[in-house]
Design a protein around this ligand. Structure first.
Ligand code: SIN
Length: 288
């Protein structure tokens, strides 16, 4: 059956170390064999794009649930969910209605990050649906952390093996303070999770760098200055253009990415343009 689906959908890899387009799949009417072929392509290419989709939140959640149980959306700036009836849906938008933003992240830059890596058990995957998109603006970049680790000099790979890093829970990728947190903390008391700098993908067995988010990050057991120097070096290396692919959005695009081996960031865009996206996140397992 999977072979039949593979003939029905087309997997077109992008000219980059990661990413592919899936053609010929309708996420609102997906059978098991087509999903199996999509999952296979996703494990190989780490980020998939499907264009021209028309789905509501039910279909988005149903498709996402095929990858695993859904996580709740992250804590917002106000502490109130953007979609109170759909706790699994993260609204990403710069649209303001009656003086209240309907979603998070606004129109500014979203810095490189891995979704919710500040949790002890961060999501395996995220699915992002472009409901209303200003074409040519607010591109989303992806970075292949498996390729970055493989290309690191051997001495650096040896140096970071066994090291763990604190991932800051207090701010989102736009730098906004989440509800319930203070402006500043010492590295020891900073709320967040400790994760290995190198993690193993539980499904493919392959290893990736796991940096998560740069702001307030700290490599445990190292003096502050040494930790910052090491992290600066790793971040500069991992985000080099040769490890990246950029998504130029069209309305109806759905992206699925693997948080276990990629990071992403978003370009700022003109705040007068409207952009609305819904995202789900699929529960994962503790990184090792
Ligand atoms: C995200 O970080 O999940 C949002 C990316 C985007 O707004 O394109």
């Amino acid at each position: 059956m999977a072979a039949l689906a593979e003939r029905l959908i087309e997997v077109v890899p992008f000219a980059a170390p990661l990413g592919a387009e899936i053609r010929g799949a309708d996420l609102a009417h997906l059978d098991d064999s087509t999903f199996a072929a999509i999952k296979q392509a996703w494990l190989e290419r780490k980020v998939l794009r499907l264009r021209g989709q028309r789905i509501d939140d039910d279909a988005l959640a149903d498709f996402s649930r095929r990858f695993g149980k859904l996580d709740k959306a992250p804590i917002t700036r106000t502490g109130r969910p953007h979609e109170p009836t759909r706790p699994e849906v993260t609204v990403i938008s710069n649209i303001v209605v009656n003086g209240e933003p309907i979603g998070g992240l606004g129109a500014g830059e979203a810095e490189w990050h891995t979704d919710m890596s500040y949790n002890e058990v961060p999501p395996d995957a995220s699915v992002l649906y472009g409901i209303e998109v200003p074409e040519g603006h607010g591109n989303t970049w992806f970075c292949d952390m498996e390729a970055a680790l493989a290309a690191l000099p051997a001495a650096m790979r040896e140096r970071i093996a066994g090291l763990t890093c604190k991932h800051d829970a207090t701010r989102n990728s736009a730098g906004e303070l989440r509800a319930g947190f203070r402006e500043s903390y010492t590295p020891e008391e900073l709320p967040g999770a400790l994760h290995p700098l190198v993690r193993t993908h539980p499904e493919t067995g392959r290893k990736s760098l796991f940096l998560g988010r740069r702001r307030n990050a700290h490599v445990m057991g190292l003096p502050q200055e040494e930790s910052q120097r090491l992290l600066d070096e790793l971040w500069a290396f991992a985000t080099k253009p040769e490890f990246t692919w950029v998504q130029q959005w069209k309305t109806g695009d759905v992206l699925i990415w693997d948080n276990r081996c990629v990071m992403h960031r978003r370009d700022p865009f003109d705040a007068s343009l409207r952009r609305l996206m819904h995202r789900t996140q699929i529960q994962g397992s503790r990184p090792y």
